[in-house]
Design a protein around this ligand. Structure first.
Ligand SMILES: [Cu+2]
Length: 383
């Protein structure tokens, strides 16, 4: 705070000094000073600087493309991914084209019509033909782009009621994700934030018949080739469920359920085996190895080698640990997925286990036979 005040005082002092020098200048009557009026030399300099700036824009664009181009998302891993990429690529090409042409024109004409002594500007009130051209062309191009975008979005968001989908709830909270599978009936049980208690962190209504087979997990598994229908909720603030590799994103809004559905087309293993990914992982691991050597020399632990995994990220700045709000996503073959899910206990079972009376510890004056009985009851209840 003190530093801020000092800076403020210094700024005000310099403004005061600047104003004083201006007053001093005004008092010098009689001496003609035209140093503030641009002459031909100044205008030429400004004209050539325009070209310099144009060169800077192009060089920076080309540099950016070469340096950061390889960082953009590669092969999409969902059925609709190619449509999103196509829309994105068309938009990029249009932007590049318009940018390249307009920047040349803007800078060239700024140079051509730079100020010259004795030259007068032409007064032109309006030109209907010109205005129709420069308004009409962008309007037509943008309308085409928007219509294509709307068409693509409608197709992506359409979920047929009769389609065979897997229903999964994604639950967002500061700063983690939880997933709930609808179980054998494929219908998610009702949930309400007021019902959150103990292990029932999602507030699932355990009296709802549809909730009896619901399964809650913290690592998302989805099967390849089947439409996964996500119902998304948030406990606290706005979050955004973002699956970059599947080109899917949807806001998570407290108090309402949003949705998104997609078909994964490549299992985690298949994506890891893609040549670009093999190359990328190799590069990352080379960097990690070099870093590990430094760490080991300092007596610290070496880094583990990196393996690729799909991720669900949060794409809304939702608080201090937003950057770390992520969940691992595994795309399995349908058989592996079934096997994985069948091993998981239902939420009802988990609640029962958590609420079961704890067996008393033997040797602390407790009745050990009774403790064994309780343990047996818990086991039965879990089944
Ligand atoms: Cu978040």
């Amino acid at each position: 705070m003190e530093i801020l005040l000092v800076i403020l005082v210094l700024v005000l002092l310099s403004i005061a000094l600047w104003q004083l020098t201006k007053i001093f200048d005004l008092t010098q009557v009689g001496e003609k000073d035209d140093s503030q009026v641009a002459n031909d030399g100044d205008n030429n300099t400004q004209g050539y600087l325009m070209f310099g700036f144009l060169a800077f824009i192009y060089i920076f664009t080309i540099y950016g493309l070469i340096k950061w181009g390889p960082l953009v998302l590669h092969t999409p891993a969902s059925a609709h991914g190619a449509t999103v990429d196509n829309l994105m690529n068309i938009t990029w090409v249009l932007i590049f084209f318009v940018q390249a042409v307009t920047q040349v024109l803007v800078h060239y004409f700024s140079f051509k019509y730079r100020g010259k002594q004795g030259q007068k500007a032409l007064y032109l009130a309006d030109n209907n033909k010109l205005e129709v051209i420069w308004s009409g062309i962008p309007a037509i191009v943008l309308a085409g782009l928007i219509l294509y975008g709307l068409y693509a979005w409608t197709n992506i968001m359409f979920v047929d009621e009769n389609e065979d989908t897997i229903e999964i709830e994604l639950y967002a909270q500061q700063f983690k994700w939880t997933a709930r599978y609808a179980g054998t009936d494929n219908v998610l049980g009702k949930a309400n934030v007021r019902l959150i208690e103990g292990v029932n962190t999602l507030g699932v209504d355990l009296s709802d018949p549809n909730a009896q087979d619901d399964i809650v997990v913290s690592e998302l598994h989805i099967p390849k080739g089947k439409k996964v229908h996500f119902k998304i909720r948030s406990q606290d603030v706005l979050h955004s469920a973002y699956f970059p590799h599947f080109r899917a994103q949807m806001n998570c809004v407290p108090g309402m359920v949003t949705e998104f559905a997609f078909v994964p087309t490549l299992t985690s293993d298949e994506y890891r085996a893609l040549p670009f990914m093999v190359e990328k992982v190799k590069k990352i691991n080379a960097l990690r190895e070099a870093k590990s050597k430094v760490l080991v020399a300092e007596g610290k632990t070496a880094l583990d080698p990196y393996t690729f995994d799909y991720l669900l990220l949060c794409n809304k700045i939702c608080g201090a640990s937003h950057y770390n709000m992520q969940m691992k996503v595994i795309v399995d073959t349908p058989e592996d997925f079934k096997k994985w899910l069948s091993d998981k206990p239902t939420l009802v079972q988990e609640v029962k286990t958590a609420n079961a009376p704890k067996p008393a510890e033997p040797g602390v004056g407790a009745d050990t036979t009774k403790a064994k009985d309780t343990a047996a009851i818990v086991k039965i209840a879990m089944k």
